[in-house]
Design a protein around this ligand. Structure first.
Ligand SMILES: [Mn+2]
Length: 369
């Protein structure tokens, strides 16, 4: 009989969002908690839940967060939950002490000393796991793995980094060692992108990624993996859970000459009102010497959009340098500054010069020549 499982990792419960204004920070913090806790509560129809570390963002989160986690597990009394602690929530920490003391009967928290195996005889399943003891783990936790009993479905639940070099501060894991031990499915945590189901010889393994993103290094769909595992078949699929996505986009403005067209171009990228966007404008700016990033962002219908001006100006100083005009003098002074300034300041001086040109032309920072 196949066993039905949910593989969920890196929930980072107890982390607080601070990138937005105060009401949105609170809303987003609560949303992340809600998604994760709902995911746990939705596990009632599954046999086994594998929590591959970093349930908690820190060793000492507010205890009501731990109560929410334990309460969600207790609300699915017929589902067996297995939890291997990771680098943010190591086994030796106040929050894990609390969870151990208040552990619902259907939750098993693996210890940090040696890989443990829990047999579920009614399912012909054996779940293996081990916890980080502290925030760093250079010695591979799975050293000294015993071979699996091949008559059972063997599931591994662990936090760590896949590497054949044996070198990592976050529990180096060797795929060849996992395959040799005879696991049917290795549920891994630590990497925040879902890897999809991968194969190494007879071994199936995956990083499920995080359920909810918290920054622009976590773009795209986020969620968990669920489905069934049997002796020779792993049928798991990715289920998106996140309420919002992060999108990090670049727009080359070189062919754009006015604000309305730029606003249209940004609008074509900011397509979902629930999502969080970072739009970096690049290329040759012929629109305005000072792009009003905040104003551009204010036109966007989204949870939050940041616009960053990464453009450069193609203003030709040489063209004006010979003129006996204010523009000519400004061009000559700017060229002098450019010869002696750090590379990082060059664009700043060029933009300042472009702004002055706009002012001389009476255009308030809107250059169109
Ligand atoms: Mn980690």
């Amino acid at each position: 009989m196949p066993v039905s499982i949910i593989h969920i990792a890196d929930m980072h419960l107890g982390s607080t969002v601070s990138a937005f204004d105060a009401p949105k920070n609170i809303m987003r913090t609560r949303e992340i908690e809600y998604t994760c806790i709902s995911a746990l509560k939705s596990a009632c129809d599954y046999d086994v839940v594998l929590l591959s570390g970093v349930v908690f963002d820190s060793p000492n989160p507010p205890l009501h967060i731990a109560d929410m986690f334990l309460g969600a597990i207790a609300s699915c009394p017929h589902t067996r939950f297995f939890y291997s602690c990771g680098n943010h929530d190591p086994y030796i920490s106040p929050v894990i002490d609390y969870c151990v003391q208040n552990c619902p009967p259907n939750l098993h928290i693996f210890g940090p000393e040696f890989p443990e195996s829990v047999i579920l005889p009614e399912l012909d399943v054996c779940v293996h796991g081990i916890s980080f003891a502290s925030s760093h783990q250079q010695t591979p936790l799975l050293d000294g793995l015993m071979p699996c009993n091949p008559s059972l479905i063997n599931l591994l639940c662990v936090h760590g980094e896949l590497t054949e070099s044996g070198i990592s501060s976050y529990n180096p894991i060797s795929l060849s060692a996992l395959e040799e031990a005879g696991f049917d499915y290795a549920a891994l945590g630590h990497v925040h992108d879902c890897s999809g189901i991968r194969h190494f010889g007879k071994l199936c393994y995956a990083y499920s990624g995080i359920p909810e993103p918290r920054g622009f290094d976590e773009c795209g769909d986020k969620g968990y993996l669920c489905g069934t595992v049997s002796k020779n078949d792993v049928d798991l699929s990715f289920v998106p859970l996140a309420k919002r996505k992060y999108a990090d986009e670049t727009i080359d403005v070189s062919d754009i000459t006015d604000y309305p067209t730029l606003i249209e171009a940004i609008g074509a990228v900011v397509t979902c009102k629930n999502d969080i966007y970072r739009i970096t404008l690049t290329g040759d700016n012929k629109i305005s010497s000072v792009l009003q990033s905040d104003r551009l962002a204010s036109f966007c219908d989204s949870f939050h959009t940041t616009v960053i001006d990464g453009t450069h100006t193609s203003l030709s100083l040489e063209e004006y340098a010979d003129q006996p005009t204010l523009k000519g003098q400004c061009a000559r002074e700017t060229m002098k500054l450019l010869r002696s300034c750090d590379a990082g300041d060059c664009e700043l001086y060029r933009k300042a010069c472009a702004l002055l040109f706009d002012l001389f032309d009476g255009r308030k920072g809107s250059r169109d020549d």
